[in-house]
Design a protein around this ligand. Structure first.
Ligand code: PEP
Length: 260
């Protein structure tokens, strides 16, 4: 098995204005002081309007966290009112961009084709996509979870070439576990993350797939992070609600040292 750098991402969704964002990062830095989170990546995805203030704070306080965006447009510029492009994000030192989060798919009609165009734009701009895939409760209960996720991966990664496996992260997020307090069992999460990796093997080739990081997302909390991270195919977590609490997110990030 290969070494894969663990990656913990906080998705703040449409929470926190730019002032609250600064406070949240400052508190997080306080809770993480002296904690052991070297040897893993920590990515913060605030709303667009807070990216600049968080970028400035991370830089001025030399905080070892990276910046992520929650979505992007697939064009570099143009008459797309309200949209933000990858080159704009790159200028703000954004390293990662979420693509295909289930809320974007469900609430904003993003199809695999749309997600695919965004993944290509993110790669073209030199940033790293965190590609989100996951089945609904109905799809899980009808035994189609693996098929659904396979189709999302194939559609979203069509024509995408990945030479450095660090350049792609896949987040397996069962829709029924997002924001519901209902987490997949470590066994179920492992089974699905292994299925994701197997499918990545047929899309990108096994050597690449073996090094791509696969996150689990869906009601990750300080109390369940350790058992999830102990699974062989889970290389990190995409955290929504708990990333808005500096204490909880710090416990999740520093899970190797805490007894949460
Ligand atoms: C998410 O938004 O990607 C997510 C996993 O949310 P939560 O942790 O709140 O379930």
């Amino acid at each position: 098995m290969s070494e894969r750098l663990p990656i913990i991402t906080g998705n703040w969704k449409m929470h926190r204005d730019h002032l609250e964002a600064i406070q949240l990062v400052q508190k997080l830095a306080y809770h993480l002081e002296g904690a052991d989170y070297v040897g893993q990546e920590v990515v913060l995805c605030p709303p667009f309007i807070a990216l600049r203030s968080v970028q400035t704070l991370l830089q001025s306080d030399r905080l070892p966290m990276k910046l992520g965006a929650q979505t992007c447009h697939d064009q570099d510029e143009g008459a797309f009112t309200g949209e933000i492009s990858v080159p704009m994000l790159e200028r703000l030192d954004v390293s990662y961009v979420l693509a295909g989060h289930s809320e974007r798919r469900e609430l904003f009609g993003e199809t695999d084709e749309v997600v695919n165009a965004k993944v290509k734009a993110i790669r073209k701009g030199g940033l790293r996509p965190i590609l989100c895939v996951g089945e609904s409760l109905e799809e899980r209960e009808s035994g189609r979870a693996v098929d659904v996720v396979t189709e999302q991966l194939r559609g979203s990664l069509a024509g995408v070439s990945v030479t450095d496996p660090q350049d792609l992260v896949v987040a397996y997020e069962p829709v029924w576990a997002i924001g519901t307090g209902r987490t997949a069992t470590p066994d179920d999460a492992q089974e699905m993350c292994a299925a994701v990796r197997a499918e990545l093997g047929s899309i990108l080739g096994e050597p690449t797939a073996d090094h791509v990081r696969v996150q689990y997302g869906g009601s990750v909390k300080p109390g369940n992070i350790r058992t999830l991270m102990a699974e062989p195919d889970i290389d990190g977590a995409l955290v929504g609600g708990a990333s808005l609490s500096s204490e909880d997110f710090a416990l999740i990030v520093a899970h190797r040292r805490t007894n949460a």
